[in-house]
Design a protein around this ligand. Structure first.
Ligand SMILES: [Zn+2]
Length: 353
């Protein structure tokens, strides 16, 4: 067989394999077998240098023509197969892989939930147990058993949400069995003292409700954390040490605390606790109204009268209680100027934390 015949034969064989190829992958192996470094057509074209000089031009021309023809056929077939394959993929998956993907946004804990857990962890670390109560409570547990006088203004309809039977009339000052949305988590303390064995070291986090119009410093619903300790030989020194430890854990070791005398119905003596202003470092600025201090919580020694409601002997046991608002702590810790930002759900605000 002359070399020209061999070229013809190879050309025909390769073209028919190209026509039969059913996928781009198969087509690629046909290309490598024919035109690759060790391909059949490549070998043949290399042999042209052995051809006698007078025939070489004709053979060379035939060889190049064969290669061009094969390359053109490959290109044409590849385009057809690639389109068919893409169409098959789209039909099979019903997913257009060429479209940009849809990003899944991952949620995160709200600042208030996270801070609540952080505070709970501080107290858990020093032996407190977490208890929870219901958000609807009777007047007895919300007020009376906490030594609140019957005519205390916080009991009025203007300050407290009463849960009213539709047919029932509500008096201005409610009776003990009336139901309210709890105005404080302190009711949990009474339940705990009734149910629990002594000593008591508990923390009660939860939502409370007051009839306030939302403004930069008030919310009708907020998160409170109350703590209660009842044990033998508990003194005001224990209360101070505990709350100073708490403030340093939450606000950092550089912040100072101070205790100011105050009044709460269920503690005696009572105090309000301030932490030194983080913005001015205690020298006085707009945030702390020039005082250098920010009020963060209320506390006191449990009033012996309260023990009378729950059958604990005040001669043998003593204790302290404290209550703080998580939203307020969040504002002080992160310098949030308006409590309402915490409830508005604006992602631009919430993503900062
Ligand atoms: Zn300040």
């Amino acid at each position: 067989m002359s070399i020209l015949e061999a070229i013809d034969e190879q050309q025909a064989a390769v073209l028919s394999r190209i026509a039969e190829a059913s996928s781009t992958a198969e087509l690629e192996s046909v290309r490598v077998e024919a035109l690759g470094k060790k391909g059949s057509l490549t070998q043949l074209l290399r042999g042209i240098s052995q051809v006698p000089t007078e025939e070489r031009a004709a053979v060379g021309q035939a060889g190049n023509a064969a290669r061009d023809l094969v390359e053109a056929a490959l290109e044409q077939r590849r385009a057809i197969l690639a389109t068919a394959e893409l169409q098959a993929r789209i039909n099979a998956a019903a997913i257009d892989v060429t479209l940009p993907g849809r990003a899944h946004t991952i949620g995160a804990q709200h600042l208030i939930s996270r801070l609540t857990e952080e505070i709970v962890e501080v107290f858990r670390g020093i032996g407190y147990r977490v208890v929870s109560g219901s958000e609807v409570e009777t007047c007895y547990y919300n007020f009376t058993a906490l030594n609140t006088p019957p005519d205390h203004p916080s009991k009025s309809l203007a300050d407290t949400f009463y849960v009213v039977d539709r047919s029932g009339e509500q008096s201005a000052i409610a009776g003990e069995s009336d139901v309210v949305l709890r105005t404080q988590t302190s009711g949990v303390q009474v339940h705990t003292m009734e149910d629990c064995e002594l000593p008591i070291y508990i923390l009660a986090p939860g939502r409370v409700y007051r009839r306030d119009v939302a403004d930069p410093t008030h919310l009708p619903q907020f998160t409170q954390i109350e703590g209660l300790v009842v044990d033998k030989g508990i003194t005001f020194g224990d209360l101070k040490g505990t709350l100073e430890y708490f403030c340093q854990q939450v606000f950092g070791p550089a912040r100072k605390t101070r205790f100011r005398p105050h009044f709460f119905p269920f503690t005696e003596p009572s105090a309000e606790v301030d932490v030194s202003c983080g913005i001015c470092g205690g020298t006085g600025c707009r945030s702390c109204k020039g005082t250098g201090w920010l009020e963060i919580l209320g506390c006191g020694m449990v009033d012996p009268n309260v023990y009378g409601y729950v059958d604990i002997d005040p001669e043998e046991y003593s204790g302290f209680a404290f209550g703080l608002g998580v939203e307020r702590i969040a504002c002080l810790k992160y310098n949030v100027p308006d409590l309402r930002y915490l409830l508005e759900g604006d992602m631009r605000f919430l993503r900062q934390f």
